[in-house]
Design a protein around this ligand. Structure first.
Ligand code: ARG
Length: 461
């Protein structure tokens, strides 16, 4: 057993930990990213200990300046992380004690690594979620700007990936806005539910020291101390909830990615992605590959995997803390990194895409996308919708046999299917007429989309 380690918990051991076991059980290689949160938690704990009389003012002073130095060393990349010291908590504490002596050994009074790590993750995750929320807002703002530019742009709307009805591109972009709005809500919820402080739970049962948990919670900006000490150290719901919200958000980004990839192909040619988000091919000179959306689509697999990892990690654990929990960090951090990177890329890439308006328009004219409008027209002239559907089906079959669009048929031709059809039908069979008619709340008409953009702006301002 190394000297460092024995000073932390080696009292009752008679042989050193196996060297392999030491590295197998260590988490310092990945939990060192909790260092800043760990130090913040320790500072608040120490201030509270002094306030309730467990530490003297001098001891607190030296803990504060010692931790400041530890933080400087870490920030400067000069900190010597040691696997023998297992995790971030013991690394920081050991260095503190090396720097300030006995006062450092008192920092852990009334605390366990169990409540310490649960607190650190919450502090860290809380801040990272704030970053995610900001990125989502940036992305949403960019979408609203693009939607405003493309409010009159018409493209085919699809169901079953078959051309269904013409829609405006601004309207489609607002659908993406809504997906992100729910992600924002989920992450906000997750952040507020996790904002309770485990410190004071100690190993699991609480502590006999007269800790003022409300004071520590206030210093760390937690809403409250966790109510139950056993749950405080056993719970990892916040990590599961975050990974779940992240997986859903990545699923949204992946669906957008799929459309971006299709739309930027030569066959669709609806959009042009900014060059700085694409790469070329080493063999085919003509290629411009949509690597970033493809990668984001692929990365959604990771966030799904991480969610399942955490659910499986927790599902059979007896209360309270178990070492299994050390396995929570890598999936959590990976989901965070994946989500933040993907949002960052999309928030800049998507609002800067160029819409090929003419191609979109021509595509919307294919596939009889205004057939529903003809049926609605007949309904307005007294036909029951089911009968109108039948009539229009026949008209479409005729137009297909003539290899032309409904709007290119003559009035005579259309009147063969129903005598109620008159000259005013052509206005409705046009793409512009079709979208303009859908001005119901939430619909695709440019006039309606303008109002929706305004409402969305207010929502996120
Ligand atoms: N590295 C540990 C973790 O991530 C810290 C808590 C360890 N507590 C313990 N009693 N072994 O979960």
């Amino acid at each position: 057993m190394s000297k460092k380690e024995s000073s932390m918990w080696g009292g009752r051991f008679s042989e050193p930990t196996d060297e392999f076991v030491q590295s197998f059980t260590a988490s310092v290689s990945f939990d060192q990213r909790l260092a800043a949160a760990d130090i913040d938690g320790s500072l608040a704990h120490a201030r509270m200990l002094q306030r309730v009389g467990v530490l003297s003012a001098e001891e607190l002073d030296s803990i504060e300046s010692g931790l400041a130095q530890v933080k400087n060393e870490i920030d400067a990349g000069q900190f010597e992380w040691s696997v023998e010291l297992e995790d971030v908590h013991m690394n920081v504490e050991a260095r503190l004690t090396q720097l300030i002596g006995d006062a450092g050994k008192k920092l852990h009074t009334g605390r366990s690594r169990n409540d310490q790590v649960a607190t650190d993750i919450r502090l860290y995750l809380r801040e990272q979620i704030t970053d995610c929320l900001q990125l989502i807002r940036n992305f949403q703002n960019g979408l609203l700007n693009l939607a405003e530019q493309e409010v009159d742009t018409i493209l085919p709307g699809f169901t079953h990936l078959q051309a269904a009805q013409p829609v405006t591109f601004g309207h489609h972009l607002l659908a993406w806005f809504e997906m992100l709005e729910r992600d924002h809500g989920r992450l906000t919820d997750c952040r507020s539910r996790m904002n309770q402080m485990p410190l004071g739970a100690a190993a699991l049962a609480g502590t006999s020291y007269p800790l003022d948990r409300h004071y520590t919670a206030e210093l760390l900006d937690f809403d409250l101390p966790c109510r139950n000490s056993i749950d405080a150290v056993a719970d990892r719901d916040f990590a599961i909830e975050f990974c779940s919200a992240a997986a859903i958000c990545m699923t949204h980004l992946s669906r957008m990615a799929e459309e971006l990839v299709m739309w930027s192909s030569a066959q669709f040619n609806f959009i042009e992605l900014p060059d700085r988000y694409c790469t070329g091919s080493s063999i085919m000179p003509q290629k411009k590959n949509p690597d970033v959306p493809e990668l984001v689509r692929g990365k959604s697999g990771r966030t799904n995997g991480n969610l399942i990892t955490l659910l499986t990690l927790m599902k059979s654990q007896p209360l309270a803390y178990n070492k299994d929990n050390q396995e929570d960090k890598e999936p959590l951090f990976d989901s965070l990194d994946t989500l933040i990177g993907s949002l960052r890329a999309f928030a800049d890439m998507v609002p800067n895409l160029k819409a090929n308006r003419d191609t979109m328009y021509r595509a919307a004219k294919l596939g009889y996308t205004t057939a529903t409008d003809l049926a609605d027209y007949l309904v307005n002239r007294g036909l029951a919708f089911r009968d109108a559907h039948e009539v229009v089906g026949k008209a479409v079959a005729y137009a297909i046999s003539q290899d032309k669009d409904l709007s290119d048929c003559s009035l005579d031709e259309l009147q063969q299917f129903d005598a109620r059809i008159e000259d005013d039908v052509f206005e409705l069979l046009s793409l512009e007429g079709s979208v303009a008619a859908r001005k119901v709340l939430g619909g695709t008409a440019p006039q309606q989309v303008r109002q929706q953009i305004k409402a969305c702006r207010e929502l996120i301002s």
